[in-house]
Design a protein around this ligand. Structure first.
Ligand SMILES: Cc1ncc(COP(=O)(O)O)c(C=O)c1O
Length: 360
């Protein structure tokens, strides 16, 4: 049952007459990413630290899995028919994943996003064939928020779905049937800890649930949280939901509420770590210098958290996280001296790594 479900989300294949296997289109190329052993950090901590190379998905991020998952689920439930429209509220990677999936499956893709987003993001989605509506950047509680506008627009059309990435648990299920089993197999069923940050919560909830089930509860599953998010306090206080305050340079992670996706797993989380931006920015440069990996800030935060969790679990422990996307979408900021100064982060980068900040 699981493998059929897994194949519907990732790794749809075609066999040649010789028996060799190719994958079927964009959708077939999603998932089955390598698990990278992070040598320097492992040696420094005396633990084994692994990062799952989600930047190798064909749309460039971990959100390709969620995009395939929510669209496939809607098809299976008969909510969308050929030629239909997929609508989502997103400012980032989910929109990119959905735009690719829609071209591959022949659907129209419509994206609502806050008008505070860069022109590059709007242009990229339009290049990928999506129709994009930048709308006023207002809080979730406001009916004009981009998520609510996406929902209302989908309702107004025939043969259309709002994929609702935050609260549609087909998102977490995509990780339960693909990312979780891949990590379990790649670590040969010996994994002491898994940790990652959350945006929708789909990754942590889906992977966490699978790992807990397979390990009989032995694999510890932790949440990593950037500044400006309420989840660290929620988990470490045993359920207190604080007001959102502060902000972070990370994108795609941090949350002000318990989404349905995170809600499916939040009571099984073993603990949470708060990771300051100074540590995340420094890790971006360190991963480049010592591992040759060019990653975005949420990935760097995840790796800092994996190191800290490995230190808690002790020498010899094996810990995994996800490498969500590459630095390509953020390079004009992350590698700009001016931008780093404007955020007060220049001093966080060790002297010998400053040479990588080549942009003015
Ligand atoms: C770069 C990046 N990292 C991490 C995440 C968080 O993943 P999830 O939504 O599964 O919690 C996202 C989600 O949009 C993202 O874009």
């Amino acid at each position: 049952m699981l493998s059929a479900l897994r194949r519907s989300v990732v790794g749809q294949t075609r066999a040649f007459s010789t028996g060799h296997i190719s994958v079927n289109g964009f959708v077939g190329a999603v998932g089955n990413t390598p698990l990278i052993y992070l040598k320097t950090l492992s040696e420094q901590t005396g633990a084994e630290i692994y990062g799952k190379a989600e930047f190798q998905n064909p749309g460039g991020s971990i959100k390709d899995r969620a995009a395939v998952g929510v669209v496939t689920d809607a098809e299976e439930r008969g909510l969308i028919k050929p030629g239909g429209t997929v609508v989502e509220g997103t400012a980032g990677n989910t929109g990119i994943g959905l735009a690719h999936v829609c071209r591959n499956k022949g659907y129209k893709c419509v994206i609502f996003m806050p008008n505070s987003q860069s022109q590059e993001k709007i242009d990229l989605l339009r290049m990928l064939g999506a129709e994009v509506y930048p709308v006023p950047a207002v809080a979730y509680e406001n009916p004009a928020n981009y998520n609510h506008q996406a929902r209302d627009y989908a309702k107004s059309l025939d043969n259309a779905i709002w994929t609702d990435q935050f609260d549609n648990t087909a998102n977490a299920k995509a990780h339960y049937v693909s990312t979780g089993p891949e990590i379990w197999e790649q670590t040969e069923g010996k994994l002491d800890g898994f940790i990652c940050a959350t945006g929708t919560g789909g990754t942590l909830a889906g992977v966490g649930k699978y790992l807990k089930e397979k390990s009989g509860g032995k694999t510890q599953v932790w949440l990593a949280d950037p500044p400006g998010s309420v989840l660290y306090t929620y988990v470490s206080s045993g359920g207190k939901l604080a007001e959102r305050s502060g902000s972070s340079i990370t994108e795609g992670i941090g949350q002000g509420r318990i989404t349905n996706n995170l809600g499916t797993f939040i009571n099984d989380i073993d603990g949470a770590l708060h990771i300051a931006d100074e540590k995340s920015i420094s890790m971006i440069y360190q991963l480049l210098d010592t591992e040759g990996l060019y990653v975005g800030a949420s990935t760097a935060l995840n790796v800092v958290a994996a190191v800290e969790l490995a230190q808690k679990l002790g020498k010899g422990s094996r810990v995994a996280t996800v490498l969500c996307d590459g630095a390509y979408r953020y390079q004009s900021r992350l590698f700009s001296k001016k931008w780093l100064q404007s955020k007060g982060l220049e001093a966080a980068i060790p002297e010998h790594l400053k040479k990588y900040a080549v942009l003015d």
